[in-house]
Design a binder for this molecule. Structure first.
Ligand code: PLP
Length: 381
């Protein structure tokens, strides 16, 4: 049985060019980028070149990319690193949403002991927050606003530019968790007035364990890791140059292919929904706002998504029950609850996410297998 992988928002297969780059850089630039000899200096020059390439992709010349291990670290570094300094100036408030990934929410909750408190902007059924609500909740003691660029469960894109403008006008720092959006939509930190942007290579065709945080010039934050002082002292630890080079290549590739991938993903979605209809299987698409086209969250009333996922896995179709990360920590699908999806649908929601290189007939085949699995589960009730 041929396996069909539709869980690319959890982790994508690295692209061929990214893997080739990884291998080439591992063989050629194996020296430590911090070493003060010819090979180290050459490796360091390559690292700077990759930093520039990544920065260019997000129009980030007014800031710097700091490399780290991925989205979780970049988000922790932002929340803990920014707030520890802001709190010293009496700015002990964070404004965020309940839709954020746990790598934003958990560090925020961990700051409660230091009297740093979070306020949450409410979310609409569409999956978005209203920038006007953010404006109303900006207060004098606010140290940071953190809103994800696009949601990992629904794919809904937040009105980032409007939020950024609001933050800039009020002199508040703005962090966007761009882990799901990077490489999947056009991000421009100037247009969007973003001050800090997190991203992670394995979501857009790079290798796992590599990511970064872009920080606008002048924004101050404290490091989480102390040691050799790499990455201008913000992130100690030997930098993974092959991983960074593969990330830069994958990012450029993703952005270059975006129009074609968008078109293909829209067609996948049409095929999927139409095939389910043809099989008389009813589903509800979650989130009715502007979305990343490669993420499709659909819910089947009265079906248990966990059981459906296992049944599909047995039939060779890999999907997620919302967020892979939340299913590991057993938190359930809080994102859907937050946007007001009824619990009968929340429990039956699966997330399909494409790479853009699936064959159309595989998507059709996946839809047929989903239809049979849903019918089988409905019969068991
Ligand atoms: N932020 C979002 C929105 C995510 O979807 C994820 C992972 O799924 C992360 C952060 C964590 O990224 P990483 O897996 O690179 O730690």
């Amino acid at each position: 049985m041929e396996r069909i992988y539709l869980d690319n928002a959890a982790s994508r297969m690295p692209t061929k060019r990214a893997l080739q780059t990884y291998a080439e850089y591992s063989e050629r630039y194996y020296a430590n980028t911090a070493a003060n000899h010819a090979l180290g200096i050459e490796a360091s020059a390559e690292l700077e070149a990759m930093r520039e390439r990544i920065s260019k992709c997000i129009n980030g010349s007014n800031g710097r990319v700091y490399f780290c291990s991925g989205g979780t670290e970049a988000n922790n570094l932002t929340i803990l690193g920014v707030m520890s300094l802001q709190a010293r100036e009496g700015k002990t408030g964070i404004l965020t949403t309940k839709l954020e990934h746990s790598s934003v929410l958990r560090p925020i909750y961990s700051l409660r002991e230091q009297n740093i408190a979070a306020d949450f902007v409410s979310s609409r059924r569409s999956g978005t927050v209203n920038p006007k609500d953010i404006k109303m909740q900006i207060s004098a003691n606010l140290g940071l606003v953190s809103v994800m660029y696009a949601n990992n469960v629904t794919g809904v894109i937040q009105p980032i530019a409007a939020i950024g403008e609001m933050c800039k006008a009020n002199g508040v720092l703005f962090h966007a968790d761009g882990v799901q959006a990077m490489g999947h939509t056009d991000i421009d930190v100037e247009r969007d007035n973003v001050d800090l942007l997190s991203f992670s290579a394995h979501k857009f065709g790079g290798v796992k364990g590599v990511g970064g945080l872009w920080v606008r010039d002048g924004v101050k934050l404290l490091p989480l890791l102390h040691g050799g002082g790499q990455e201008s002292g913000l992130r100690s630890g030997t930098v993974d140059l092959p991983g960074v080079a593969a990330m830069a290549v994958a990012l450029e590739e993703s952005l270059a292919e975006l129009p074609e991938v968008y078109e293909r993903c829209r067609k996948y979605k049409r095929i999927l929904l139409q095939t389910l209809r043809e099989h008389n299987v009813l589903c509800t698409e979650i989130g009715d706002s502007k979305k990343l086209p490669h993420i499709l969250c659909i819910a089947f009333e009265g079906i248990n998504a966990g059981t459906l996922q296992l049944l599909l896995s047995d039939s060779g179709v890999m999907v997620s029950t919302g967020s892979a990360c939340s299913s590991i920590s057993g938190e359930g699908n809080y994102v859907l609850e937050v946007i007001g999806v009824p619990s009968s649908l929340v429990n039956g929601a699966i997330r399909l996410s494409f790479s853009g290189s699936e064959r159309y007939r595989d998507v059709w085949c996946a839809a047929c297998r989903i239809a049979s699995a849903v019918k089988a589960l409905s019969r068991q009730k």
